[in-house]
Design a protein around this ligand. Structure first.
Ligand code: MV4
Length: 456
């Protein structure tokens, strides 16, 4: 096992990783920006090193400062968490070259999965179902027109360097393809300095289902079922759950097996997630692979009784997984609500500031992953996630009841939060029955907004 891990992150995930390290008997080093001098991760780590000013680009993304912090403190590994440097192949490579273990897959796998057209090719080769489209990068608008004609409209143009929804254009007819092609190219160039696009059939009302995988250095690769992530707005997930209300044991087995097959075929090692679109006929298609631990990992932990962060660290340290696929059985139902310091009545505008009063829910089946504390000041520089409320119960119905109870107990004053929005969403007939897709939040936003305004 490692003797000291540097956590190259902040917020709840930095604290989550520190907790796992403490239970593993591993010492911890936090890095922090000057805006996070009194943050929980800075205080709770055994040591902490300032790596720059508040702006993420100058601190949590400052690779040379972070590597120096690891060298000065004699850390033997770096955990990148999610966001920031977690899917930066160059950073993983830098770590490898100075003999620091990067807790994640190899830099080669990160860069291969970071190129969405390349990732799709790898999955085709592994026999993973993908959305019909072109094999690789589009070379011209004419090629796009020809392929769209073959697969039929609507189609979707996606940036090769994209992911998470940036640089995408839905095209409904051949008349609008030329303009969409140019717009998508320009957006891809502006966002990623790479204009390359690929094209595929547009799936109209999909659900977003993702499979958690774990792979060790001994060739053991297994899956921990799915997470349902369709409750999202503008590519920001708000509620995730495991298992999905529409995935039965047979679909889970099929999706899990192809996810494992995909991960194996690229030589994946560590925790990872394969995202799928699931259509109304239960066809599923590979979308992307995330080569990091994800925000929503706790719902899987709660229903599979596996500590994914500890397992990720043990794998990086060269330990063999202590369980097999046969040991992995889903038990109960978990739901996570992302509590953001945002105003849901005002287009989720960020709402930083001082927390003047706090009370956390508790009791059976409740987990709160958070870095906030009384009088903490939510800084304006970073992601607005301030807490994750996770409930677990025997059935989905019980989990929803428990979630209602926990949201009612949750008090956060001083900033606006997404709590009232969650209370509305989880009581809609669609959420209760499990009958929703990735467009659900857009459809109900106006109604949700007016009810939140009325209730406040
Ligand atoms: C799609 C799609 C429909 N058809 N691809 C959104 C983020 C990026 N990872 C890919 N995304 C989509 N790709 C095809 N061929 C619909 C989406 C999509 C979506 C996917 C998952 C969760 C939310 C979404 C919201 C809008 C669009």
């Amino acid at each position: 096992m490692f003797s000291k891990i540097l956590i190259a992150n902040r917020g709840e995930i930095a604290l989550r990783i520190i907790r796992a390290c403490k239970e593993l008997g591993v010492r911890t080093v936090a890095v922090y920006s000057t805006a996070d001098e009194t943050a929980a991760h800075t205080i709770f780590a055994d040591e902490s090193v300032c790596v720059g000013p508040p702006e993420g680009g100058k601190s949590y993304l400052n690779t040379s400062h972070i590597i120096s912090a690891a060298e000065i403190t004699n850390a033997d590994a770096i955990h990148p968490g999610y966001g920031f440097l977690s899917e930066n192949a160059e950073f993983a490579d830098m770590c490898e070259s100075v003999n620091l273990a990067f807790i994640g897959p190899s830099s080669d796998v990160i860069s291969k999965m970071g190129d969405k057209a390349e990732a799709k090719k790898s999955m085709v080769a592994a026999g993973v179902p993908v959305v019909p489209g072109n094999k690789g990068v589009l070379t011209s608008e004419e090629e796009a027109l020809r392929i769209a004609g073959d697969i039929g409209y609507p189609v979707i143009l996606k940036a090769v360097a994209g992911g998470g929804g940036k640089g995408m254009r839905i095209v409904r007819d051949k008349e609008s393809l030329a303009n969409s092609f140019m717009m998508a190219q320009a957006e891809a160039e502006a966002s990623f300095s790479n204009p390359d696009l690929y094209i595929e059939k547009y799936i109209e009302n999909p659900r977003h289902i993702e499979i958690q995988v774990l792979a060790d250095k001994f060739g053991n690769t297994l899956h921990l079922g799915e997470r349902e992530c369709s409750i999202q707005r503008r590519h920001q997930k708000l509620i995730e759950e495991a298992p999905s209300p529409v995935v039965d044991e047979s679909i889970r087995k099929k999706m899990g097996e192809v996810a494992v097959q995909g991960a194996r075929s690229v030589g994946y090692e560590s925790a990872g997630t394969i995202e799928f679109l699931l259509d109304a006929q239960n066809n599923f298609y590979f979308m992307e692979m995330n080569t990091r631990i994800q925000v929503e990992h706790p719902v899987t932990e709660m229903v599979y009784n596996v500590d994914l962060i500890k397992q990720q660290i043990r794998i990086a340290a060269g330990e063999e997984m202590p369980f097999t696929q046969a040991d992995m059985r889903v038990r109960g139902h978990a739901i996570e609500c992302r509590i953001n310091a945002e105003d849901p009545a005002n287009n989720f505008m960020p709402s930083p500031g001082e927390l003047t009063n706090l009370h956390f829910p508790g009791g059976p089946g409740i987990r709160v992953d958070t870095h906030i504390y009384n009088s903490y000041r939510v800084p304006p520089f970073y992601d607005s996630l301030i807490a994750k409320l996770i409930v677990v119960a025997r059935t989905r119905e019980e989990a929803i009841r428990r979630l209602n109870r926990a949201l009612d107990e949750f008090v956060i004053e001083g900033v606006k939060t997404t709590i009232p929005f969650h209370k509305y969403v989880i009581n809609t007939p669609e959420f209760k029955s499990g009958d929703f897709d990735t467009h659900f939040l857009e459809k109900i936003y106006d109604q949700a907004r007016s009810e939140i305004v009325l209730a406040s």
